[in-house]
Design a protein around this ligand. Structure first.
Ligand SMILES: Cc1ncc(COP(=O)(O)O)c(C=O)c1O
Length: 507
């Protein structure tokens, strides 16, 4: 007896779609549903299965529908193991809830945790407070009112406004280059530019500084070009490697000016000259320098008068410029090439109007006299903080920039000290692997022009207490304001005087 239900379909249909039919309607058929339950035992009783032997002849996907998956990968267990390993070596990250306040008189404080406790923030990369400057805020608000919050598309499809090109023009002018290109972040700018460039340049070889940021490492890796790593900020090692390179092939030399985690500044001119001597292009990340160094805030290249030695400069709009986004600047043809070929640029929504307007205002602000004032005050408070650490006998890594790293070995120890500081009203993030190598853990301080000497004094006291609280020894070589060894007195007021030269209320 043929199955009255399946018999209403033609044979080919049943053969092709039998799996879905069985799944959808099988339960309604007393014979088939029983056949499923007792598969292999009494299929002979179903006249349909008996005559058409559809189960044994069914396409592969049909039997997959029926058979329980065996030996499937234990995804959740795998994720759990990954997380457990991170927790075990103290590199598991728990993000702090900190809402940085923007208003006059409360910046650079934040509301912390569930209780919204007030703390002073010492680790923000909004180095000069541009994110809360009224000129920047007003520009962003006005742009929202006129153009809305979102770009509405990629640069190619509805996302390229007059303001987008204006910002690129301003960035090009800042860096003394013919052209610039903006990206959704500088991570993306570095990754997209380096991966594209090193891939399309025939037989390109990359020379990468050992201290390079993850964004550049990622870009170089993604290009699959052969690479050589030179010792951090070591021009001699760079020369040694380049001298062995084949002549005539394209090469890229890639490094940062201000190192994000140590605050070291590279020998820019020397490294660029060596690169050019061997026919390489220089790709220089000025992320922690833009807005902060040079007469108009263009970075170390401007400060040292060597912008022309940088072939491709990359920067961020998310740190000293107080917004979000990244960029590169270089020759017109190079920029056009990246614009035309880099997937990380092409296939993503463009930066939104408030960010474009805010960034434009911030770049202009920091290029002005007010920007220069902010930079002077910034450097003064950084010097005061470094000296205060020195006087307290607290450790600090040698840094010639605004980034002040205090080394505390061990991910557990550094986290405990950060916690002790938080209890005392000071927020600084513990830095551990993979941001720095294991054993190089640190607290990374970034004092800004709105931090007062009193805030620094309170922080240093809290640091001393936190070191003691966690049984971390440090060499307290200053006793009662004088050197333990030579009795020379430390005059903190000299630094205070220097700071007072720069009014706290910037015009
Ligand atoms: C040296 C360096 N380059 C690039 C980036 C990425 O910049 P962005 O935050 O705009 O993605 C960072 C971020 O911290 C950085 O430190």
């Amino acid at each position: 007896m043929p199955c009255p239900f399946l018999g209403s379909f033609n044979q080919a249909f049943v053969r092709n779609y039998g799996s879905s039919l069985m799944k959808q309607y099988g339960n309604y058929c007393p014979m088939i549903s029983r056949a499923f339950r007792t598969l292999g035992q009494d299929e002979t009783k179903c006249p349909f299965i008996q005559q058409n032997s559809i189960i044994s002849e069914a396409p592969k996907e049909m039997s997959e529908d029926i058979v329980e998956p065996v030996n499937s990968f234990k995804y959740e267990k795998f994720f759990n193991d990954q997380i457990s390993a991170k927790k075990k070596d103290y590199s598991y990250r728990i993000f702090r809830k900190v809402s940085r306040l923007a208003a006059d008189g409360v910046y650079p404080q934040a509301l912390e945790g569930q209780e919204n406790r007030r703390v002073t923030v010492w680790c923000a990369n909004d180095y000069l407070g541009a994110s809360r400057h009224p000129v920047v805020q007003d520009a962003a608000i006005a742009a929202i009112k006129s153009y809305g919050t979102g770009a509405g598309g990629t640069r190619n499809i509805a996302g390229n406004s007059q303001m987008t090109e204006k910002l690129e023009g301003e960035i090009a002018k800042l860096h003394n280059k013919p052209a610039a290109l903006i990206f959704s972040s500088c991570f993306v700018a570095n990754d997209a530019t380096l991966s594209t460039l090193a891939k399309i340049l025939p037989d390109c070889i990359v020379y990468s500084d050992a201290g390079n940021h993850a964004s550049m490492i990622q870009g170089i890796r993604n290009s699959r070009a052969p690479k050589h790593i030179f010792r951090h900020n070591d021009p001699n090692h760079l020369r040694e490697l380049l001298s062995k390179s084949p002549a005539g092939v394209p090469k890229l030399v890639v490094f940062e000016t201000v190192h994000s985690m140590s605050g070291a500044i590279c020998p820019l001119e020397e490294m660029c000259n060596i690169a050019h001597q061997y026919g390489a292009l220089t790709f220089v990340d000025e992320v922690h320098a833009v807005g902060l160094y040079g007469k108009s805030g263009a970075g170390i290249g401007e400060e040292r008068g060597v912008q022309h030695l940088i072939d491709i400069v990359s920067g961020t709009l998310g740190k000293a410029y107080g917004n979000v986004g990244g960029y590169i600047a270089g020759s017109t043809l190079l920029i056009d090439t990246i614009r035309s070929l880099a997937p990380g640029f092409i296939f993503t929504t463009a930066l939104p109007p408030p960010v474009l307007a805010g960034s434009l205002a911030a770049i202009r602000l920091l290029a002005s006299e007010e920007g220069r004032n902010l930079r002077s005050k910034h450097q003064a408070i950084v010097r005061y903080f470094k000296l205060s650490l020195l006087v307290a006998g607290l450790p600090q890594l040698p840094s010639v920039s605004h980034i002040v790293p205090v080394p505390i070995k061990g991910a557990d120890k550094v986290a405990l000290v950060a916690e002790s500081l938080m209890k005392r009203g000071h927020y600084v993030q513990a830095i551990n692997y993979p941001t720095v190598a294991r054993g190089d853990e640190r607290l990374r301080f970034a004092p800004g022009p709105y931090h007062t000497p009193e805030m620094v004094d309170s922080l240093v006291t809290a640091l001393i207490e936190s070191f003691h609280e966690n049984n971390i020894n440090f060499d307290q070589f200053m006793v009662n304001g004088a050197c333990r060894e030579c009795s020379m007195e430390y005059k903190a007021d000299i630094m205070q005087d220097e700071l007072l030269k720069f009014p706290m209320q910037v015009a």
